[in-house]
Each structure stands twice: as structure tokens, then as C-alpha cells.
Design a protein around this ligand. Structure first.
Ligand code: ADP
Ligand code: MG
Length: 694
């Protein structure tokens, strides 16, 4: 059994003052110290002869103290001179100076390791200011600061790197501690306790990497156990499902379509049917690039619920999108006699209407006075989540553009109704590692076929001075009846950010393009204003829509074929891909121009990827590499506990192995009863993910 881990006070060198300082860094227990991973290691193993030193470089030197002089002036405390045998060669003399504190034990005649940056002083000697030092002694294993890979830690005022390193050395190398195995770890991995020793004070970089992998595996293993358990619970906690429904509505709807469904759409619909036929509720992720036709799949799933006498809800990340969905779905569903209600929480009038009981779904949390109407569809934004929304009959939830929501929002919605079926849709391909963690409890369907008759989008990157031709081209296209988007990163000009804003450019372009009907759309407009602008754009009353990224998701106006994105360098690649997906939706050729002033070659290379490919998956992986998962998927709000050792970008292999291991363990021992330490860690992983959202 694991014994108590030592407390901080039992560690040599930690008095009340340091304990307090460590506390400000969140380091309270011995276990915290173990997890206080160095930011990096500095390689201080290679001795450099002073005759080969380079000005400005940080180097390790070894030498005998020729003279040690206590200084009394200013802040300087000690000056030590290290001189070669031939003292006359002043270029090889090193002067080390310490300020603020007097290093302990440095005397004439003793031998030192020094590490620091060397510069030439006025006299032509080498000079090191405040170098790290170590007095050479017999026990070569006990060097902490020099002649080794030295850990560099995060610090706080009053705690120097040197003190911190000493504390960490005591805590990890000299004080007994236990880091017990808490699950059956695969052979071949470094022991957990050893890994903690090595991660702080490794002998080699390879050793450090093996230690990191061991601890990363532990993190992934806990995560995968949580995911495995979520999957298991899903299978056991299902609701009584409405009797097998007829295909009455769905058959009529499909017949009414002016074009055939794509093969991929039909395949995914069959996958949904298979889910609905079995006991446990559906929990499915639908991935499909922009324009692949996910809305029809959603519509199918919702109609299946309506056929079974249940309600369906569709949640979209923006009001514009919710309204567009409502418009679309009304067109298809009202002829079939299915009622559709829109609930965005933005439009007061509507909310009141809903609250007033006209729609029995929303009843301020009280039991509905009358049974909620079955066989209807409600469309909304995340207001659906926060309103006390009593939907007894809710049997199907579709979440559009899931990457804009968190996992917990998804879970919150699924708690409404009684274990409803859930379909989450996303156009941003989910990198494999996140697919296995944050989304690991979902079955996956892929829409990998675009509807026929799309012409590929021609994409060009331009510097802002090169737009003359664009405006001519735009005029010509508008003359042929097409429409366009121009996208800006900002709503208003800002002193802090050097980028164009949609409001300022709207005023400017009115002068430049007097004969063009311009429209303005951004997040600061009221809900009904936005709605009006979109209606006008759809109807062709607006020819060119100037917008912010509010149009990023889902907006579908097939006659719009041109997009200009200003300050493209300010958008992420995945976001550019989403924006670009607003065009190329109809029969006419489409053109996208990215205007940017990237500061670096790397920035240009990044934008150029957009010229080269329209493969959303490749774009997402590139984006993921550059910006990390948190920025793209809001992993923090999506419920992933912080990972200290593991990297979602690099450790795919480890993650896969951890998943296999976790699946095997849960089969043998579904409640992890043999491994209380594991259960405890799983508990805190869940808690972290809940706290992250609330
Ligand atoms: P997304 O997957 O980006 O949500 P949408 O569902 O908005 O895509 O569909 C994009 C466009 O393709 C819409 O205009 C839609 O009417 C059209 N569409 C969808 N399915 C088909 C199909 N099978 N054949 C032709 N057009 C389709
Ligand atoms: Mg869509």
C-alpha cells in the first residue's frame, strides 16, 4: 500500500518562508513538487576552454580560483578571478561577479564549475555576471546546477532558480517518496517513481524523454478510462424508446427533394437508422466538410423522431445560423405538416411569445400545463441550454457545428428530456487525438462526398496593394448577377490592433463603389437587424455583404460566389476554410482572395496552404500543429483536464496504446475495483472538466 507522501516541511531546506513562496506557485504537497515539471533542461555538461569561448554565448567552464575578493561597493558582493597557469594571457582570464548575495564557500585555491554568459570587459578579460556555480568536489553524482542537464523551473519573486533547483533536488533525489503504480502499466515503460526522478534530473535527454512518455501514458490512461466508462454508461442507461416508427414522413420528404441524396448522405442516414433501431440512445458525431450537406442529414434524423411522436431540437452556435436553419427547415417540413419553432433567446418578442405558453415547451421550469406538443421541431441557439426548458418528449437533439460548443454543453443538453438521441455535426475535422479523447465516447460518421455539380473554388493570396484587378473583376461578376462577401477581422477600428474594421470599410467603400448595393453585418447588430440583412442578401437586394466572422459557420447563399478576406493573417486556417466554405455552393465558378500582410515567411507559407488545398482535414491538421488544440476546439471548456506531460499534438501513438490498455482493463474490471488510485484520479479528471465550464 502506498504510504503517506512526505510533507514539504520534512524536506531539507524548506523552511516556513520557502514553503510560503512555493505555495504561491501552487506547490503545497510533496506530490505537487513531483508534478512541478521543469520548463526545460539546460545542457551544462560540455566544458568549454576559455581560449575557445565565444562572446555572448552561455557556457560551462571549470577552473581554479586565483583570487576571491569581497566587494563592499554597490550591490556587488564577490569577485572571483579564474586564471590559467600563464596569468599573463589576459584574454583567457575569467572574472565572475556576484551581486545581491555572496556565494557560499568560494575561496582562493578552490576549483569551480561556472555557467553563464560570457562577455569581454574593458580590460579584455572574460566576464560572467551572476553565474551559476558549483564547487568541485569528490562526489560527482551530486552536482545539481552544473556539469549536468540542469532543470529550469517557473519561479516567483524571492525564489531563485538556484534555490528552486536545490529544493527540487532534495524533494526528488534525496527525500524518500512513493509514486505507486496505480494501474497495470505495460511492461517496457519506465517505473512511475523512477520517471519522476528522471523527469527532474535526467542524465541524458533520451532518459528524460522516456520519463516524460511514462508520465504522459499515465495521463492518457486516466483519460481513456474516463472515456471508456462514459461509453459503458451510455450502453447501460437507455430510455424506453418509442415504438419502431414508420418511414411515412421521411419517405415523403425524400420524394419531394429536387435532387438525389449523395451516396454519403444515404449511408449516414442508414447509420442513424441502425442507431435508432437499437436500445441505447444514439450518440453520433457527423463529420463532413463545409458544403457536404449535413443539414439534410440533420433533417432526416429529426424527422425520424417526429415520426415516432417525439420532439426534435436543433442547436446552432449563432443566431444567424439558427434563423437560416429555421427558414430552410420550414421550407421542407411545413408542407409535411411539421411545426417548427425558433428559440434564440435574443429576440425578446419571440421569447415572450414562447414564455407566454403559446409554445408549451418553455414553461419556466414548471411542469408543462399541457403535454408538450409531440411531433414538432424546435430550433435555437445555446439559449436552448440555459432556458429552463422542459421537454418531456424531447427525443432527438442535433447540435450543428459542435466545435463551437463544449462537450459539457452537449452533455447538459442531453440531460434534458429522457436520454435523447444525439447527433453532433462538425465541419472542422477533429484531429485524431481529440477524436479519441474529448469526442472519444461518440460513434463517428463521415460525409466524404460533396453534392455533384460544385465547381472548385479558385483561391489566391494577395498583398493589400495588389487589389486593383480584384475590384474590376468584382464589378464584372456583379454585373452578371453574382454576389460577394468581404470579410474583416474587426467590427470597429481599434487603436490596439492594426487591422481593418467592417464599419470603417463600409463607409469607405460606399464612396469607392457608389453603384454597388452594400450591406453590413456584424455581431453588434441587434438580432432583428441581422435577420433583415441576411434576408436582403438572400433576396439579392444586397450585392456585396461586408461582414465579420459572424458568417463563419453555416451561412448558405448559393448565388454568392466571391469572397475577399482582409487581414487574412489574423484568422486561423480552419477558420479561413470555414469562411471560404460560404462560397462554391452553387453552379457558378467561385473565387476567394486572401489579403494579408503576414510578418514572416512562415506566415505566408501558412496562407499559401489555402491556395493549394481545399481539403478541410489537411487544413485542420496544419492549424492544429501551429496553434494547438486549445485554440481551435476550446479544449478547456470542452472538458479535457490539463495535460502536464502528454501532448495531443505529438503523442498519438501513446494515446492509442493507452486506449487499448484502458479498454482491456474496463472489460476485466468494469468498476476498476482493484485500482482505487486509478478511480481517484479518474474522479479528479472529471471534476476538472466540470469546473472548467461552470
Ligand atoms: P453543410 O454540410 O456545410 O452544413 P449544407 O447542408 O448547408 O452543408 O449544404 C450545402 C448546400 O448543398 C445547400 O445549399 C444544400 O441545399 C445543398 N445540398 C445538400 N445536399 C445536396 C444534394 N444531395 N444534392 C445537391 N445539393 C445538395
Ligand atoms: Mg451546415
Amino acid at each position: 500500500m502506498p504510504s503517506e507522501t512526505p510533507t514539504l516541511a520534512s524536506i531539507k531546506g524548506i523552511g516556513p518562508r520557502y514553503a510560503e513562496l512555493l505555495g504561491t506557485l501552487g506547490l503545497v504537497t510533496h506530490d505537487d513538487l513531483l508534478h512541478n515539471v521543469p520548463r526545460r533542461h539546460e545542457d551544462r555538461r560540455h566544458l568549454v576552454p576559455l581560449s575557445e569561448a565565444q562572446e555572448g554565448a552561455s557556457i560551462t567552464v571549470r577552473g581554479k580560483v586565483h583570487r576571491a575578493k569581497e566587494a563592499r561597493w554597490g550591490a556587488m558582493r564577490l569577485e572571483a578571478t579564474i586564471a590559467p597557469a600563464d596569468v599573463s594571457r589576459k584574454e583567457d582570464i575569467l572574472v565572475a561577479r556576484w551581486f545581491a548575495y555572496r556565494p557560499y564557500g568560494i575561496k582562493e585555491g578552490c576549483e569551480l564549475f561556472l555557467y553563464g554568459r560570457v562577455i569581454r570587459d574593458k580590460k579584455g578579460h572574460w566576464l560572467m555576471r551572476q553565474p551559476e556555480y558549483e564547487i568541485v568536489h569528490q562526489d560527482a553524482d551530486s552536482y545539481i546546477h552544473i556539469d549536468r542537464l540542469a532543470p529550469i523551473y517557473s519561479l516567483t519573486d524571492g525564489l531563485s532558480q538556484r534555490i528552486m533547483r536545490k529544493i527540487m533536488f532534495e524533494a526528488t533525489q534525496r527525500t524518500a517518496f512513493e509514486a505507486p503504480e496505480f494501474y497495470p502499466a505495460p511492461p517496457g515503460l519506465m517505473a512511475r517513481q523512477e520517471a519522476f526522478r528522471v523527469i527532474h534530473f535526467p542524465e541524458t535527454l533520451e532518459g528524460e524523454e522516456r520519463a516524460r512518455q511514462r508520465l504522459a501514458y499515465d495521463e492518457f490512461f486516466v483519460l481513456q478510462c474516463v472515456v471508456a466508462q462514459r461509453r459503458l454508461n451510455r450502453v447501460t442507461g437507455f430510455r424506453p424508446r418509442a415504438k419502431a416508427a414508420s418511414h411515412d414522413l421521411t419517405a415523403r420528404w425524400i420524394k419531394s427533394l429536387p435532387f438525389p441524396l449523395t451516396g454519403a448522405q444515404r449511408r449516414v442516414m442508414a447509420e442513424i437508422d441502425a442507431d435508432l433501431g437499437q436500445g441505447p440512445p444514439m450518440n453520433r458525431l457527423l463529420q463532413g466538410d463545409v458544403g457536404a450537406g449535413k443539414t439534410f442529414v440533420a433533417l432526416y434524423a429529426m424527422l425520424r423522431a417526429v415520426e415516432a411522436g417525439e420532439q426534435a431540437a436543433l442547436m446552432a452556435p449563432t443566431q444567424i445560423l439558427a434563423e437560416q436553419h429555421a427558414l430552410n427547415l420550414r421550407r421542407w417540413l411545413e408542407p409535411l405538416g411539421v411545426r417548427i419553432d425558433l428559440f434564440t433567446g435574443n429576440t425578446k418578442k419571440k421569447t415572450d411569445r414562447l414564455r407566454g405558453g403559446e409554445l408549451d415547451l418553455f414553461n419556466n421550469g414548471k411542469k408543462p400545463a399541457t403535454a408538450a406538443p409531440s411531433g414538432s421541431v424546435v430550433i435555437g441557439t445555446h439559449a436552448l441550454l440555459y432556458d429552463r426548458y422542459a421537454a418531456d418528449q424531447l427525443g432527438m437533439i442535433v447540435i450543428d457545428e459542435q466545435h463551437k460548443f463544449g462537450v459539457l454543453q452537449r452533455l447538459a443538453l442531453s440531460r434534458k428530456g429522457r436520454n435523447p438521441d444525439i447527433l453532433v455535426m462538425t465541419a472542422t475535422p477533429i484531429p485524431r487525438t481529440l477524436g479519441m479523447t474529448v469526442y472519444g465516447d461518440l460513434d463517428v460518421s463521415i460525409l466524404d462526398e460533396l453534392p455533384p455539380g460544385r465547381t472548385p473554388i479558385v483561391t489566391k493570396c494577395r498583398a493589400s496593394g495588389e487589389l486593383e484587378k480584384f475590384w474590376t473583376f468584382l464589378h464584372k461578376q456583379l454585373g452578371e448577377g453574382r454576389q460577394a462577401y468581404v470579410v474583416y477581422p474587426l467590427v470597429e477600428d481599434s487603436e490596439k490592433v492594426e487591422a481593418k474594421s467592417v464599419k470603417a470599410e463600409f463607409e469607405r467603400l460606399k464612396g469607392v463603389l457608389p453603384d454597388v448595393r452594400l450591406g453590413l453585418l456584424h455581431g453588434q447588430l441587434r438580432g432583428d437587424e441581422k435577420e433583415q440583412v441576411m434576408t436582403d442578401f438572400r433576396a439579392g437586394k444586397i450585392q456585396v455583404l461586408l461582414a465579420t466572422s459572424v458568417i463563419e459557420v453555416g451561412v448558405d447563399v448559393p448565388n454568392a460566389t466571391i469572397m475577399l478576406i482582409e487581414n487574412a493573417e489574423r484568422f486561423g486556417l480552419a477558420q479561413l476554410h470555414q469562411l471560404r466554405g460560404r462560397i462554391g455552393r452553387g453552379e457558378h465558378a467561385s473565387y476567394c482572395v486572401l489579403v494579408g500582410e503576414p510578418k514572416s515567411l512562415e506566415g505566408w507559407r501558412r496562407l499559401k496552404i489555402m491556395e493549394e488545398t481545399s481539403d478541410g482535414f489537411r487544413i485542420a491538421e496544419e492549424d492544429f500543429k501551429i496553434r494547438g488544440p486549445g485554440n481551435i476546439f476550446g479544449t478547456e471548456q470542452s472538458g479535457l483536464p490539463p495535460l502536464r506531460f502528454a501532448s495531443l499534438e505529438r503523442d498519438f501513438q501513446l494515446l492509442t496504446e493507452a486506449r487499448v490498455g484502458a479498454d482491456r482493463l474496463i472489460k476485466e474490471d468494469p468498476t476498476f475495483s482493484q485500482w482505487p488510485g486509478l478511480r481517484e484520479k479518474m474522479g479528479s479528471a472529471q471534476v476538472v472538466s466540470l469546473v472548467a465550464v461552470s
